[in-house]
Design a binder for this molecule. Structure first.
Ligand code: FAD
Length: 456
């Protein structure tokens, strides 16, 4: 008999916090039993809880944790295809496969993310302009649907369900396992070129000019610099280091284990003030010299924040919103300028903002990554409802410039704006209605955005 535990949960932004009935099954049989018994009226899957908002929350309803459904199932050396359960994290894959010369082909900015979570938000990395989103590298996955059946979904089999589940925030069923094509690498190192841009336009030009030359690119923006230097940034541009480039001096897959630092408690809100944030941003901008080149290990390059365990506590108990938007190429310069102007005037944004180039969209009906420039930054919520009002105004700016907000980060956008930003929503609802007519899978986000409102 599988039991649940009533627990207060939140996403990585610590906002909102809600109670859910949490299950931690270890076997598929237990999963089926949870759905058969229906002690709650609906359920949502939860991976590592690294989404910032409410897409893995389900107030007063069932939340199914995947942390114990995390077994490697098979690996084919000829094709580099790994089959694993959905609760396996990127960190676990790297630990096991990097010494043999493989990495996940697309990775978000933290390795503490599960495969189920990565498919359900169709995550992107610093190489989206070259390699697309995570779903581009998924061959197929097994989905437990509301009827209790296990379905294989791929581009050929149950195709509609495949594209509704990719980016579908857990609403089509439970992903049990997936087959992923890993990327072959010759070393654990990345050669990084640093370039500095003195304002937003220069940042965009540099990102665009260097896109063909580098597999990975990201600009760290000082989001508190104003006027003519608004949007100044440090670009980090990287390519994998080949074995012959290491000159035999370093073991290709050696990577020093670094000690992690834990943030033990929620910081008091006065710790983050406009002066400390401005100081940090400025320090970072001046830390790097234009044209500097270094060889970084994969961990420092892909996951700089992971060494600071529980870094989200730096924002205090009230939590924060990570605001992530993508603007199409045509409107990006204008839209980003208006957004940064509002943020610098209000002085509310915090540590560095990140700007990346995104390439072609996958077929995921609710997938976020699409061609354009995406900006992500943290907004602390210590200002309470006033800050929430400020963010709602930003949503309007995003909308009027044709921008789209990322569901993995959201907890406040209105259902109307969401429907405008995601025009494939009616198609998604149609498929959801067919596969889950009684709405067995739901979440706080799904109800807030009225994705499932008409079905319950
Ligand atoms: C420091 C940091 C950096 C990040 N950088 C990036 C980035 O660069 N790019 C990017 O795209 N994202 C980024 N993210 C966001 C993160 O990659 C996504 O939110 C990811 O989906 C989190 O995965 P998770 O395992 O924690 O899933 P959760 O957050 O627990 O859940 C996410 C969604 O997946 C669903 N889900 C989880 N498991 C299953 C399953 N087995 N079956 C069905 N549905 C399931 C949940 O219902 C929920 O809707 C970052 C997050 C952090 C904290």
């Amino acid at each position: 008999m599988v039991r649940s535990m009533q627990t207060i949960l939140s996403g990585w932004g610590n906002f909102p916090k809600q109670t859910g009935h949490v299950y931690r099954p270890e076997k598929y049989k237990e999963l089926q039993e949870i759905l058969r018994l229906r002690n709650q009226s609906n359920f949502i899957s939860r991976g590592a809880g690294r989404s910032y908002g409410d897409n893995a929350l389900n107030e007063e309803n069932g939340v199914i944790l995947h942390t114990r459904l995390n077994r490697f199932l098979s690996f084919d050396k000829q094709t580099h295809v790994l089959e694993c359960e959905a609760g396996v994290t990127f960190g676990e894959i790297i630990e096991c496969f990097l010494p043999h010369g493989y990495l996940p082909p697309v990775t978000p900015g933290t390795k503490y993310v599960t495969i189920g979570g990565a498919i359900s938000n169709d995550v992107h990395g610093k190489n989206h302009h070259k390699d697309g989103s995570f779903s581009n590298h998924i061959l197929d996955f097994k989905l437990l649907v509301a009827s209790g059946e296990f379905l294989t979904c791929s581009r050929e089999e149950n195709q509609e369900l495949f594209w509704a589940t990719v980016g579908g925030i857990g609403l089509t069923g439970i992903i049990l396992s997936a087959r992923i094509k890993l990327m072959r690498v010759e070393s654990a190192f990345i050669e990084v070129d640093y370039k500095k841009a003195s304002n937003l336009d220069e940042t965009i030009v540099l990102l665009s000019e260097t896109a063909g030359e580098y597999q990975y690119s990201v600009a760290w923006i000082d989001c508190l610099s104003r006027d003519r230097s608004m949007g100044r940034s440090v670009l980090m541009l990287g390519n994998h280091v080949m074995q012959n480039e290491l000159d035999g001096k370093v073991e290709p897959f050696s990577s020093k284990r670094k000690r992690n630092v834990n943030i033990p408690f929620h910081f008091p809100s006065f710790g983050l003030n406009p002066y400390s944030m401005k100081g940090f941003n400025s320090l970072y901008y001046h830390r790097f010299k234009d044209g500097f080149r270094e060889v970084a290990d994969y961990d420092s390059f892909f996951y700089p924040l992971d060494r600071l365990l529980n870094w989200n506590r730096l924002y205090g108990k009230a939590g924060f919103i990570q605001y992530q938007v993508v603007f199409p190429m045509e409107t990006a310069s204008k839209g980003l300028a208006v957004l940064l102007q509002k943020l610098t005037q209000a002085g509310v944004a915090s540590f560095l903002a990140v700007l990346k180039t995104l390439g072609e969209k996958s077929g995921g009906l609710l997938s976020f990554p699409r061609e354009g420039y995406t900006l992500a930054l943290d907004i602390p919520l210590k200002g309470g409802t006033e800050t929430l009002g400020f963010i709602r105004n930003l949503d309007q700016v995003v909308f009027t410039h044709g921008g789209v907000l990322y569901l993995a980060k959201d907890s406040i956008i209105s259902p109307d704006l969401f429907a405008h930003m995601y025009p494939d929503l009616p198609k998604f609802r149609e498929i959801k209605d067919k596969i889950d007519p009684c709405c067995l899978f739901s979440s706080s986000m799904a109800r807030r955005l009225k994705i499932v409102g008409n079905l319950e």
